[in-house]
Design a protein around this ligand. Structure first.
Ligand SMILES: [Zn+2]
Length: 468
């Protein structure tokens, strides 16, 4: 069965039908690299990651493009403030973004285009809009999109163009323009700003045209899915859609998906309010990256999600339950018969997982199905009701759905000195030297490794240490 997605433009929940089943094309608005992205931004990026991972799990080949906005007013201001070039500012924060994304196990997009690497494509798109009468030049060398030339404007955000007022919803601009609603495609050169020579003259691109040019360069004039945070619907995506369709005469995007805000302390998390948490800071405080990933993914992306100490705590214990089961299964040995009902159990879990994600990527019931399985398998392990082969099959099942979740622990080897301590503890127990065994257990725990003695022998797992 095809997943169904709630498309922002039509307002309808529709079965997903790829434009080209051999290549599903997804574009996500990426970061503007003038500082570290906050976890609210990462909620939106991880939702796109979940989408791409799930489409791939279903067998669709996907091309995923996420842009890096590396020229923008804020980057220019940041460079001016610390005496560096915009390229240096952008490079620094792009590297940080990629580090944070890797920490959160975000799939690396197939293409991560930089705006400054696509100036000719932007200029050519703007030239087309000028030719077709959808854009005009002003005296300072800027080019604006003429909203009056595009009656469909406002369709994505469900706004009546006549009712839009300056200052409220329309970004006002310091450049002279015919109509206050018109937005800049190209900003004429200024003495203290970076500028590029292009087919339409010198200057720099507006933000909106960057995404139109980069998405269509890699994905064609029409593609399957465009994602972003809900704050991008207007004006960013409205403008992208208007200028792209006015230039090509074709529908720009088949399905628009928008992720709701992350709330912290009851407010939207945003740089402007100072109400922010950053990935690296949280990890430095001892928050497990996988718990952070879980906390950002576990609710339906359309629902606003509250981020707090409590939500992180809940995420942490969920991930620990998964880890504990994972290592129990690895250590489990039983010569007993295979569990005749295991197939049904795994099929039910898979059906619940897929039904949730098929329903507009609703992670909440999908995760619930997985943790229902965790509970039931723990029960069967305690009752010794599964065989060694069953345990391996459950692990294979978890690995399979982890292509979407990306929450299982790394199969990491212990450092040699820790491994030596584990082995010394096995020897101490064999010699019934309980004092030495307890001493080694305490020392391992202090080093972040919890050991446990089970019927299947000693097993270990990584834990957060008190030292962080
Ligand atoms: Zn964008």
């Amino acid at each position: 069965m095809n997943p169904r997605f709630l498309d922002t433009l039509s307002g309808e929940r529709r079965p997903f039908v790829p434009l080209d089943p051999a290549n599903v094309r997804v574009y996500s608005c990426g970061p503007t690299v003038y500082g570290p992205a906050h976890v609210g931004n990462f909620r939106s990026f991880l939702f796109a990651d979940l989408l791409v991972r799930y489409l791939r799990y279903l067998g669709y080949p996907v091309t995923w493009v996420m842009n890096i906005t590396d020229v923008d007013d804020k980057i220019i201001r940041g460079a001016r403030a610390d005496g560096s070039t915009i390229a240096e500012v952008a490079e620094r924060w792009t590297a940080r973004f990629l580090d944070d994304a890797a920490t959160l196990r975000m799939t690396v997009p197939d293409v991560l285009p930089r705006a400054t690497g696509h100036i000719p494509e932007m200029a050519s798109l703007i030239a087309t809009l000028l030719d077709r009468g959808h854009a005009y030049r002003t005296e300072d060398g800027s080019v604006f999109f003429r909203i009056a030339s595009w009656p469909a404007y406002g369709r994505l955000a469900h706004l009546d163009p006549a009712e839009m007022r300056v200052g409220e919803r329309v970004e006002s601009d310091e450049y002279a323009k015919d109509d206050v609603r018109d937005f800049a495609l190209w900003k004429g050169p200024k003495a203290d700003e970076p500028s590029w020579d292009s087919a339409i003259g010198p200057g720099r691109p507006g933000w909106h045209i960057e995404c139109s040019a980069m998405s269509m360069s890699y994905l064609g004039p029409s593609f399957d899915i465009h994602t972003g945070g809900v704050d991008l619907v207007f004006p960013h995506h409205e403008d992208e859609m208007a200028q792209s369709e006015a230039a090509t005469g074709e529908p720009f995007v088949a399905t628009w998906l928008h992720c709701a805000h992350l709330q912290m302390g009851g407010e939207k998390m945003a740089k402007s309010t100072g109400n922010i948490a950053r990935v690296a800071d949280l990890v430095a405080l001892g928050v497990s990256p996988r718990a952070l990933r879980y906390a950002l993914l576990a609710a339906h992306y359309r629902m606003s999600l509250s981020f707090s100490e409590d939500s992180l705590q809940a995420a942490n214990s969920a991930v620990e339950r998964l880890d504990a089961l994972w290592s129990s299964l690895a250590a489990y040995r039983s010569d007993g018969p295979d569990d005749p009902t295991l197939d049904t159990l795994l099929d039910t879990a898979r059906a619940g997982f897929e039904a949730g994600l098929d329903d507009d990527l609703n992670a909440s019931p999908a995760f619930a199905a997985v943790f229902e399985l965790v509970r039931e398998v723990n029960r069967r392990i305690a009752a010794r009701a599964i065989s060694t082969a069953d345990a391996a099959r459950i692990r294979a099942f978890l690995e399979d759905i982890d292509r979407v979740l990306a929450l299982l622990p790394d199969e990491e080897a212990l450092e040699p000195d820790l491994l030596a301590m584990i082995e010394a503890r096995v020897a101490a127990r064999a010699a019934r030297d309980w004092a030495e065994s307890d001493r080694l257990r305490a020392e391992l725990l202090d080093r972040g490794v919890a050991v446990e003695d089970t019927r299947d022998g000693q097993r270990w797992r990584r834990v957060e240490t008190a030292r962080g």
